[in-house]
Design a protein. Sequence first.
Length: 506
Amino acid sequence: MEILLTVTYILLFSWLFSRMAFFRECGLSQRSLFLLFGLKILAGVCLWAIYTFYYTDRSTADIYKYFDDSQVMYDALRIHPAHYFRMLFGIGNDTPEFNRYYVQMHNWARQYESNLYNDSHTIIRFNAILRLISFGYYQVHAVILCFLSLSGLVALYKVFAPLLPGKKKAVVAAVFLAPSVLFWGSGVLKEGLIFFGMGFLILYWFRCWAGQVTAAGICWILFGSLLLLATKFYIIVSIVPGLLFMAWVLRTGTKHLLLKFGLVVVGYAGLGLAIKQFVPAYDPLQVLSIKQRDFSSLAKGGALLRSDTAMIFLTLEQRQQDLIPADTPSSYHVRKGTRLVYWHDYSADEDTLFGIQGDQTVRYTMENDMPRSGSLIAMRPLEPTVSSFLKNLPAAWRNTFFRPFPLEARSLLLLPPALEICGYTLLLLFCVFFRKKSPKGMEYALFCLSFVFILYAITGLTTPVLGAVVRYKVPGLPLLILALLFFLDQEKLIKCIPFLKRMSDK
């Protein structure tokens, strides 16, 4: 049944390529769209196979853990429909009566929380909606997300292909074929939703500020923004200055281009630093430093446990020294006097709390026993100060732009990104030696670079695990390669390396 339903959805989406004006007018042939869709489905199958037969712990596999949690929410539709819809839309779903659902979900509450929106809720809710038409089959979810991801990338292609004449093949490769984009954007993961929201936001933002204002365009801008906000908050943070810069340029022209760009970047940074004066709980420097600390603690391993009133996290050392087995399986006590972090609310809308275990008779159930990350990297601790951030930025950009190094790629999931980095580093060298004297579309290149540098700074400053770095930087990869293409003089390159002419559009 799963195979039949999956094939049905593949045929339905393939039919849409020939029926929807959005695809017919994108500049790609139907054959190319079918081929790209097929590649994404194949990549999705590879992702599924790796996390099914190679990394076999389903509870820690991102493609499964949110998918499995959505089953708990979906089951509420049969038992108590009102609860399903309240959890789905976040309406009054933080009362004790909902704890019976949340205790069954392993990822509704994150191990470490901030006062920002929990983006894990979005992907769980999305999967709970898809179950209405998927009958709970994973591969159906994967095909739907492949289509959404491809649609967002097509929107991105529609923006940049006309701006890079003679480089159509290179633009196709940049937008669709980067290994990390193809791999991580083709599974039941947040990346598919990110590409969908980001592509349509950029497409219609540019169109509206270029004078093509429509009601549908405004709706797409709002939808794309809200989707990114709910899926990955830092994507919106990274893309806003570029969008503001492009709005200014599209309305006033390219005169004083670098001055406009500089004013937007400095103004945006100043506004971010000033937020704490008005809303102390949302100090960006404090949020990022806490994120780094919490992520580092998780990467070093530990245990997440639940009691009737709280959820606690113990470090790997505390797990070994202070956790005492109780009289029933998967049940434990914590040694009196142990320092721990904890939360009261299973809906995870509160900040991380700190305390000391006082009552050694409290019984805990093991929620997640986490080993030390195999790709942990050393990082200097962040302090919530400007000077600390500036000191850490060079290392952050080195980790995101150039790691994993080839000799670090010892796992199945790190080797393709390492080769990918070699590829765009070579392209960067080509841009240095075969650079256009007066590149056209400089404003679009600056837009791409502003997004990439901010995204990679946030990722590099807060993420101490190479495997996570590889994933978190994926939304910036297409724009990074596109930015380099604006500077590359293709004709000079072909004259120097003639065999590349076969790969060009001429």
